[in-house]
Design a protein around this ligand. Structure first.
Ligand code: FAD
Length: 287
């Protein structure tokens, strides 16, 4: 199933998972996927290492299983900055041979310890390359609060337009905690002539490690309401989990009421949290 066809029919609800670390058993992700299947997402995307850890093959394998064993449409992420054309071609051959039709075309983060291969400088070049290799459905990433490499949101959105013009069928946003940032971005993107569906990326923050990571590394602004909740419950794991779920549900209800094209839930491989959020919003998304 091609994901672009879904947006004409409904508000899309999708999940993102990542392959286990090399030290963990592969069974852990398959147990998680078994639980996620019961939540009937429209598709499940699988992240792919930008280089260094070499787990790309595992991402392809997991995406295949999502399709063949769990009967759900898979999307595979594909970052290009640290791969050359021959390597990307080989991955595309594998993706095609496994019958996977949906790819999230990405540049990948620049890693100061890895010399980029220079065959692809930005995701738009990868999008064109993928299109030259087959009939895939191609998604791209977007950044409601501006990508860290851009000097302004205007510059970032003009670059996003180049990526969409290269052949992106829909966009998935970086996580955000302030819906108004998403609405402003969506309006600016429309003014720039970007008219493909945009899924909102929602990350439920449910433990203390995540809070610390959010504060130090993620470019998303943290609204007072969010900060207060995190401060109030940071020493109470169960309450923090429930508050994080409630915050994400609140965001989703507001997004759906404001006509969002889709919700992409960063599950962090946590099936319990995905289930609680799905239960809370399934009637709302489908209505
Ligand atoms: P680009 O679209 O290339 O943009 C990167 C920067 O370059 C931006 O500042 C942009 O404005 C600028 N730019 C874009 N095009 C041009 C151009 N033609 N000329 C000049 N400047 C340009 N990373 C992974 O390694 N693996 C994953 O699985 C993964 N999954 C992700 C999923 C989602 C939903 C998101 C939002 C991000 C994901 N990332 C992943 C992270 C992503 O790789 C990084 O954010 C990366 O830094 C940018 O990737 P991009 O595809 O958005 O890059």
């Amino acid at each position: 199933m091609r994901i672009r066809e879904l947006f004409d029919k409904k508000t899309v609800f999708s999940f993102e998972v990542f392959p286990p670390k090399k030290t963990s058993s592969i069974d852990v992700i398959y147990n998680t996927l078994e639980q996620l299947r019961d939540l009937s997402p429209d598709f499940i995307s699988v992240t792919y290492s930008a280089g260094g850890s070499g787990n790309g093959h595992l991402s392809c394998e997991i995406a295949s299983k999502i399709k063949d064993e769990y009967g759900i449409t898979p999307m595979i992420h594909l970052p290009c900055i640290n791969y050359d054309k021959a390597e990307i071609s080989a991955v595309l051959d594998e993706i095609k041979s496994r019958g996977i039709e949906n790819i999230l075309a990405l540049r990948g983060d620049i890693n100061p310890d890895i010399e980029p291969k220079n065959d692809f400088r930005n995701a738009d070049e990868l999008v064109r390359f993928i299109k030259s290799k087959g009939d895939f459905d191609i998604a791209g990433a977007c950044y409601p609060e501006c990508h860290a490499d851009s000097d302004s949101l205007v510059e970032d959105i003009l670059n996003l337009r180049k990526k969409v013009d290269a052949g992106v069928d829909h966009l998935i946003s970086q996580l955000f905690f302030d819906n108004s940032a998403f609405y402003e971005f969506r309006e600016k993107a429309a003014i720039a002539g970007i008219n493909v569906p945009i899924e909102a990326g929602i990350m439920p923050v449910v433990n203390k490690n995540q809070i610390e990571r959010m504060v130090s590394t993620c470019g998303a602004s943290l609204p007072q309401k969010f900060v207060k909740i995190m401060q109030r419950y940071e020493h109470n794991p169960e309450a923090l989990r429930d508050a994080g779920i409630a915050y994400a549900v609140n965001q989703i209800v507001d997004l759906v009421a404001n006509g969002v094209d889709g919700i992409h839930l960063y599950t962090m491989n946590n099936a319990y949290v995905a289930a609680k959020i799905s239960e809370a919003v399934s009637g709302i998304i489908g209505a």
